[in-house]
Design a protein around this ligand. Structure first.
Ligand SMILES: [Zn+2]
Length: 166
C-alpha cells in the first residue's frame, strides 16, 4: 500500500473542493489517509474501519491531474461511508446514500443524462422505509451485477434495526 501525500494529495483535495465541498472539508478536518493498494479487480475503492480510503492501484491513474469525474465520484462515495460510520455504512440504507452522493456528483460534473435505472435510484427518498430500501437493493444489483453482494447487507443500519425490533 502506498500513501498519497504532499502535492498529490493537494491535487485531490482541490479537485474535491470544486466537485463537493463537504467531502473536501471532511478529508481535511479528519486528515483522512488515502492509499493506493491492491483491493481486487471488482472494486475501484474501499473504506476501512480505521477511517482511511484505499483506491485500486490497478485502476488508479499515474497522475492525480488525470482523475476524472468518475474517480471524484468514487472518492466522494467512500468519504460518505466514513462520515456515516461503520454501522450505517454496512447497510443498504448507507449504500443508497453513498450511491446518491456519488452519482449525484458524477451527473453534476459531467452534465450527462443518467440511465433510467440510476435516475430512479437518485429519486428514491432516503429513509427507513423497508420497501424503498428493497427496491434500492434490487436496482444496485441490477446495475453492479451479481458480484456486488449488497444482498448480504442488512436493509437498515444495525442500531436502527435494534430500535425497530425492541
Ligand atoms: Zn459503498
Amino acid at each position: 500500500m502506498k500513501k498519497i501525500y504532499g502535492e498529490k494529495l493537494q491535487v485531490i483535495i482541490s479537485l474535491l473542493e470544486k466537485a463537493d465541498r463537504p467531502t473536501a472539508d471532511y478529508l481535511v478536518a479528519h486528515k483522512t489517509p488515502i492509499f493506493t493498494g491492491g483491493i481486487g479487480a471488482s472494486k475501484s475503492a474501499i473504506w476501512t474501519l480505521w477511517g482511511s480510503i484505499i483506491l485500486n492501484k490497478d485502476q488508479y491513474p499515474n497522475e492525480e491531474t488525470s482523475l476524472d469525474a468518475w474517480w471524484i465520484s468514487v472518492i466522494c462515495h467512500e468519504v460518505c461511508h466514513l462520515r456515516q460510520g461503520p454501522l450505517t455504512a454496512f447497510s443498504v440504507y448507507g449504500e443508497l446514500e453513498a450511491w446518491q452522493v456519488g452519482f449525484g456528483i458524477y451527473q453534476s460534473l459531467t452534465k450527462s443524462q443518467p440511465s433510467p435505472l440510476i435516475s430512479r435510484l437518485l429519486q428514491l427518498p432516503l429513509g427507513y422505509d423497508l420497501s424503498i430500501l428493497r427496491e434500492a437493493r434490487a436496482l444496485m444489483r441490477q446495475h453492479a451485477g451479481p458480484k456486488y453482494r449488497i444482498d448480504l447487507y442488512p436493509l437498515l443500519p444495525l442500531h436502527i434495526w435494534a430500535k425497530h425490533i425492541f
